[in-house]
Structures are given as C-alpha cells and as structure tokens.
Design a protein around this ligand. Structure first.
Ligand code: ADP
Length: 468
C-alpha cells in the first residue's frame, strides 16, 4: 500500500501546532505497519536552513526535492516566490495576502506528483484547508486516486474572495452551495469536505462535535451530508520525541522509577523561565499553546490571582493573536515572582515545560484532539483540562475515578470552574505519596500511534478496495 501523505507542516521540518506533530509521526507509524509512505510539504525557508541532503526532480512545471529519513520519503515542493519566507502562513499583522495562490499551487503539485510520479500512491491522505483543493485538481486530471481528508481544526477554513477562482484554476461549475462556495466566498476546507473520498478527524469526540451547530463553525450542515464517510481517529504521541527518558532538551532524563529526578527539571525550568528559586516549593503549572481564542488563555489570565492565592505558580509559553500575547505579557509583568510568560515559539522550552511542571493546563473552548495532555502523561505532569473534544476523550477525572483517573477536568469555560479544577489538582499535590503514585501511573499509559495508525491503514484498505 503506497500512501502519499500531504501536509503544509511536518515536524521536525516546519511546525506551528499539532498538525506538524501528527504529520511527523503518523507516516513513520504507517511504515512499521508495512505501508510505503511519501510525505509531501512545501520547501519553506526554515527547511532550506536545515541543509538536508536532497535530490532535485521535476514533474510538469513543479520542482521537488526528495530526502529519505526513518524509512519515510520526504518530498519538498520548491517555489521560492511562495515558500521562501520567514513564516508558514502569516506575518505579525495578518495572513500572507497570497495564501490562495500559495496553497492552490501546493495542492496542484500534490495532484501532479500523485498522478505522474513513479511513487504511484494507492491513497492520498490530505490534511486541513491547505490541501483541500487536491480532490478537485485530481478530478480535473480525470485521476481516480482515492483521498482521505483529515480535519485537524474546523475553525481554519481557507476562505478567499470568489475572484480567486480564476487565479487558482478552478472552473466555475464548482462554485455553488454543494461545492466550494461558502457564503459568497470560496473555502478550500469545504472543497476537501465535499470532494474527498473519505473524511477523518482527530478524535471520536470531535467527530461528533463538528456536526453540531455549536462546534461546526458553519460546516456542520455539509458535514452531515457526509456522515457515512466521516471517521474519528484519535491522534497518538510520538514517544521518539516526547519521552523524558530520552529527551535531549531537558536537564536530566528520568523514568517512572527515577521520578525524583523530575525535581531537577523543575529547578532548571524555573531558572530558564526567569522565576525566583523560592517558587520551587509551590506546585508549578505549565502552559504551551497557540494563543488563539480557542485555547481559553484569557480564562487562565483572569484566574491568575486565584491561582497564586491557591499557592501555585505558572509558566506560559505561547504565541499568536496580539491580544492574547499582550494579556500574557501583562499578567507576568504584574506578578513576576509567580508567573512567567514567554511569547514566542520555542521547541526546547516546550520540552522543558513538560518535564519541569507539576501540572499542565489546557482550558480550551474547543479542542479537536490536543497533544500536550498526552505528552504530559509521559512526563508525569498532571493535565488539568476543559472537557471538550479530544480532551474529553482522553482524560478521566481523578476526582471521579481515583483508580483509572489520569487528570482533572472541568466543564464550563468559566474562571470559577477553572480555579476549582486547579484547586482540586493542588489538593492532590499536597499528599506527596499519593501524587507520586498518580505520576507513575500516568507515565505508564500508552497513547502511542500503534492503535490509531492501524485504524488509518484499515480505512485506506477499505477505500482502495482492491486489497483485503
Ligand atoms: P494545536 O494544533 O491546536 O496548536 P495541539 O495541542 O494539537 O494544538 O498541538 C500543539 C503542538 O504545538 C504541541 O506539540 C505543542 O508543544 C506545540 N506548541 C504550541 N505552541 C508552542 C510554542 N509557543 N512553542 C513551542 N511549541 C509549541
């Protein structure tokens, strides 16, 4: 089974969020199940900077570079006008104005590679709006290669004015309410939803949420027409990258057996974060997040004084909307002895936060899957989450089930409920022996890709139809 996996971001080459983690790890897991996998992504400036050993080749008008690693064939689409830029999608003041051209070009190249290269995919797994046009471009080539379109976040829809139609080479017949039209605009995400052979999303809970008006962000109606083809497959964690026993970014490696060493990581994190050493005796809450409305960071900022009063301290790592960047900076400036904010993207600090924190907060308004709660388990860091989407699926509240519990959950997106949840976590933390037992248990949980990659493979086989 040859699988072409196409994504606008793939770790460790380029990353803004969880999509990159998935695109960096699911393909590797699929190869261990016997699939041959090629991963196709744009050749951004940050990838150029890595100086990979790659071989150039050309298909039609598209220039590619090929590089093999860990049993996966990585194929980069080269176009310096579109991709040789500082960021992936946007500048500080907003999205790149030519994102329609950048990602329609990417989608055309995916279709060209699929149809013309000697890789000959049986299945193409597409991801999010940046690849949403591929099923249309395949149709225009009369290609019948099957496509799976994975929705990582229904809130990002690839919306552009309808004047883009001609520029991106889509015939007008696709511009209608059952096609790519979306309230007078065009939506690349909707193209994927309408024209892909099958759809997946990144947790069972989110697959149920996105077909409702509350969570569907306007796509619930069209999704309900594709219910039979929509599957929820929960993401896994890549333990080759997120495991404190081998993590190269943290002060000292540790396992469940040597959990006491985690305290060295806390000490190091406190120093690196710029908090005073005295906070070591307090429970430390870690946060790593894109700073967007979705993530509920405003709730956390509102709750900051209560969190300090409860006896905790907090480190926030995040970047995103200027409004939330400011909120985070301001709360750290107001309480520099207890709260540190680092407004940037910093992979090394992210690893240090997973290892050095006692608890990890995710007060998301919605969360398709969420990965940091899974990473937190492995680092013995207790997740405190809002019960939504993948967080609802993966977290069992310790207050409801002391034997199987793996975190603390709250239900209403309010400051009061968040503070209550953090208060419950802190109560547990006070009993050192019980806390250690919980830490050791969550470190042993298996949220690897093993089971989920198998679900993807079974879906591919079903669609391909020629294999059993
Ligand atoms: P989303 O995809 O919505 O951003 P996920 O929880 O699925 O959320 O995945 C987020 C990923 O991005 C995690 O690997 C997290 O550690 C990482 N991440 C988010 N913000 C930052 C940041 N500012 N610096 C470093 N890593 C970050």
């Amino acid at each position: 089974m040859n699988v072409l996996y196409a994504s606008a971001e793939v770790a460790p080459f380029a990353k803004t969020g969880g999509l990159a983690d998935v695109a960096g790890s699911l393909p590797k897991a699929l190869t261990t199940l016997g699939c041959r996998v090629a991963v196709l992504m744009p050749f951004y400036k940050c990838v150029r900077g890595m100086g990979l050993d790659a071989r150039p080749f050309k298909i039609e008008e598209f220039d590619f570079l090929k590089h093999s690693e860990d049993g996966v064939e990585y194929v980069f689409l080269v176009n310096d006008r579109y991709y040789d830029r500082e960021n992936l999608y946007s500048e500080p003041h907003g999205d790149y104005a030519d994102n329609d051209m950048r990602f329609s070009h990417f989608s055309k190249a995916i279709a060209a590679f699929a149809a013309q290269s000697d890789f000959k995919p049986d299945i193409i797994n597409l991801n999010d709006w940046q690849t949403g046009l591929v099923p249309i471009y395949l149709k225009l080539r009369s290609s019948d290669i099957k496509t799976v379109f994975t929705i990582h976040n229904i809130g990002y829809q690839g919306l552009f004015g309808k004047d883009a139609l001609e520029r991106i080479g889509i015939p007008r017949k696709f511009y209608n309410i059952d096609g790519i039209e979306y309230y007078g605009k065009i939506s690349f995400l909707k193209a994927g939803i309408v024209y892909a052979t099958a759809l997946t999303t990144v947790s069972h809970g989110y697959s149920k949420e996105i077909i409702t008006q509350e969570f569907g962000c306007g796509m619930d109606g069209i999704l309900r027409t594709r219910l039979a083809d929509l599957h929820g497959i929960v993401n896994g964690a890549d333990y080759a990258v997120w495991d404190p026993s081998i993590d190269k970014h943290i002060k000292i490696n540790y396992t469940a057996e040597s959990i006491d060493k985690k305290d060295e990581c806390k000490k190091d994190l406190i120093k690196v974060a710029g908090l005073p050493d005295e906070v070591r005796s307090r429970p430390l809450i870690g946060v790593i997040s894109r700073l967007a409305e979705q993530k509920g960071i405003d709730l956390l900022v509102d709750a900051a004084e209560d969190i300090i009063d409860l006896g905790a301290s907090m480190i926030i790592l995040g970047t995103g909307d200027e409004k939330y960047n400011d909120l985070c900076r301001r709360i750290a400036n107001a309480h520099p002895q207890y709260i540190a904010s680092h407004v940037r993207f910093d992979n090394e600090l992210a690893h240090k936060i997973e290892a050095g924190s006692d608890m990890f907060a995710m007060p998301s308004r919605y969360e398709p899957c969420g990965l940091n709660q899974l990473y937190s388990f492995k680092y013995g860091t207790l997740p405190v989450v809002r019960a939504t989407g993948g967080l609802e699926d993966t977290i069992i509240d310790l207050c409801a089930d002391r034997e199987k519990g793996n975190g603390i959950k709250f239900y209403n997106a309010t400051k009061a409920d968040l503070v209550d949840a953090i208060g419950r976590a802190i109560e547990l933390y006070k009993d050192k022996a019980a806390w250690k037992t919980i830490q050791k248990r969550i470190m042993g949980l298996d949220f690897s890709w093993k089971a989920s990659a198998l679900h993807y493979k079974e879906l591919y086989e079903k669609l391909d139809g020629t294999r059993h």
